[in-house]
Design a protein around this ligand. Structure first.
Ligand code: GLV
Length: 326
């Protein structure tokens, strides 16, 4: 008699596109997948992860020591369906021998599109204009009516020149902007050349840019990277764009900088205490606020789910994951 093959327990902690579940099923796995649109409560999560060999997680789930212990020592990997992984305590995973993977690459263009959209929306006052129409406020075309700031011949400062920063820079260059960047590492010379982009210090970037766009990862070293001191260094005609992660910006300092006219406006897709929004932002016309839509296209979300599932399948089968973190 052959031995009974035990299928590893794979827990998908949030609702993901079927494309991802299919990858798991086609590999002979039987994912236990949360099927509701709203996230599990913490208690449900701690219960569901018990005995899992692989967790497929969303950015809304905090993966910390408590959760890893609740899962148990058989846990092999946490496969995040996001490029950002600040929801995961990577050191705690490492200490337990748990591999962490993310989904880089597949959401680069979608997120860069949103960064460009926010740049245009906030500099040209598009959300404010739309509120005029929808609010049925009377208006009339006028030479001085609702003037914004053009971006042609202006400087985009990219904070974090990884794939998404580069893709945003390409879009901005196509709109006539020149590019400077602040990054841990030098970018490929060919890309720097194509973009005409030069690497500068953060202080120089803040002092020189007309638009500062954030694309670095969120971690201990980038927490509140942009705060009171940095806003003071920015031009008072400059705009801040954040499509990366909320905690990189000190949100209260941002509200204060806007109130004090230290900067001209902000376009935000992410928030420090998401989904809560600082009340000081809500009634301001000089900010554009959208609910974390960076990767929100059908094809991108499918691709993210598939990549996370591919990572899970590789790990279950003893192969190296495609996109490990760290
Ligand atoms: C989305 O925010 C992501 O990190 O994938």
């Amino acid at each position: 008699m052959g031995r009974v093959k035990v299928t590893p327990r794979i827990v998908v902690t949030g609702k993901i596109p079927n494309a991802g579940l299919e990858v798991l099923r086609n590999a002979g796995l039987n994912p236990q997948a949360w099927s509701q649109d709203t996230a599990m409560t913490r208690q449900e999560l701690l219960q569901q992860v018990k005995g899992a060999e692989i967790l497929v997680t969303l950015l809304t789930e905090k993966v910390d020591g408590e959760l890893l212990d609740a899962a148990g020592s058989q846990l092999k990997a946490v496969c995040n369906v996001a490029v950002g992984y600040n929801n995961i305590d990577v050191a705690a995973c490492k200490a337990r021998g748990v591999t962490v993977t993310n989904t880089p690459g597949v959401l680069t263009d979608a997120t860069a599109d949103i960064a460009l959209a926010l740049i245009l929306m906030v500099t040209r006052r598009l959300a404010e204009g739309e509120r005029v129409i929808r609010g049925k406020t009377s208006w009339q075309w006028g030479m001085h009516y609702m003037l914004g700031a053009g971006i042609t011949n202006r400087v985009l400062g990219v904070v974090g020149m990884g794939a998404i920063g580069i893709a945003t820079a390409r879009r901005a260059k196509a709109c006539g902007m020149s590019i400077i960047y602040f990054s841990r590492s030098e970018i490929n010379a060919k890309i720097a050349n194509e973009l005409g982009a030069s690497k500068v210090s953060l202080d120089e970037l803040l002092a020189t840019s007309d638009v500062v766009s954030i694309h670095c990862p969120s971690n201990d070293s980038t927490h509140h990277l942009i705060g009171k001191t940095q806003f003071e260094k920015m031009k008072n005609t400059a705009f801040l764009i954040n499509t990366a992660r909320g905690p990189i910006v000190d949100e209260q300092a941002l509200v204060d900088a806007l109130r004090n006219h230290e900067i001209a406006g902000a376009g935000l897709d992410v928030f420090e205490f998401e989904p809560k929004i600082n009340a000081g932002l809500l009634d301001r016309d000089d900010v554009v606020l959208i609910p974390h839509l960076g990767s929100a296209t059908t094809e991108t979300r499918n691709a993210m789910a598939v990549l996370a599932a591919d990572n899970a399948v590789a790990i279950v089968n003893g192969r190296a994951p495609l996109t490990p973190v760290g």
